[in-house]
Write a protein that binds this ligand. Structure first.
Ligand code: SAH
Length: 226
């Protein structure tokens, strides 16, 4: 598992206060029903402030989504925890595809738990920043791609885990086609005002078991690249 050593500068002042803030965040995740100790530990360790603008650092460990520019948001920690928990519940996937890199936070959480993460983002500037953050954290099991994530990452398919962090009306077929026969996909689906977190599990025979995991609120899954 990645341990996320913090740069020395982060350990002064802010880093220390954020330890208490992280403990509070973890407590609120547990209150919100997050149970998987592996996920809780990773959320405690991944420096969320590293993924947002300095002006928002004091809010990094609040259980809320925050703006990251270009009209996008870093997801709420509870949602990141819930989606991660749902993805790994039946076993740790070996190869995970994330659609919607955004800040890179969810991808970094995944990179601490699974051997290989592939993440796709349509807005080049966001991806550039996320790549820099991954480098600074020394993450080596993560690959990025600037593309329309609705196309998935065909050259690397199949994936035994797929996570979408932006909501479409449906799950694009091309993405579903890249899920291995027994893979797990977690995604928000619906309109901007009404979205449901869905989990689909391949039954090994070409069919999927679909579950609804609760109401969520994500930015829309858009087409093309920005
Ligand atoms: N996982 C991110 C959440 C970012 S918000 C995080 O932890 O910060 C969702 C992201 O999905 C945005 O950055 C948005 O640009 C991206 N997105 C939306 N539609 C997309 C598409 N078709 N392909 C790739 N990325 C997409």
């Amino acid at each position: 598992m990645n341990v996320y050593p913090l740069p020395a500068a982060d350990l002064k002042g802010e880093g220390m206060t954020s330890q208490r803030a992280r403990d509070r965040l973890v407590a609120s995740l547990k209150e919100g029903g997050i149970r998987d100790p592996r996920v809780i530990e990773v959320i405690r360790n991944v420096p969320r402030h590293h993924f947002i603008d300095q002006a928002l650092h004091s809010r990094a460990y609040e259980n809320t989504a925050l703006p990251i520019g270009h009209g996008q948001t870093i997801s709420q920690p509870w949602v990141v925890a819930r989606m991660t928990e749902a993805l790994i519940e039946f076993g740790i996937p070996q190869k995970v595809l994330e659609i919607g890199t955004g800040s890179g936070y969810q991808a970094s959480v995944l990179a601490a738990l699974v051997p290989q993460v592939f993440t796709v983002e349509r807005i080049e500037e966001l991806l550039r920043q996320a790549r820099r953050r991954f480098r600074q954290l020394g993450l080596t099991n993560l690959r990025t791609r600037h593309d329309d994530g609705k196309l998935g990452w065909p050259d690397e398919a199949p994936f035994d885990g797929i996570i979408l962090t932006a909501a479409g009306d449906t799950i694009p077929t091309r993405i579903l086609d890249q899920l291995s026969p027994t893979g797990v996909l977690v995604a928000p689906v619906g309109s901007p005002s009404q979205q449901m977190l869905i989990r689909m599990r391949g039954d090994g025979h070409g069919d999927f078991i679909q579950e609804e995991l609760g109401a969520v609120s994500f930015v829309p899954l858009l087409g093309g690249i920005g």
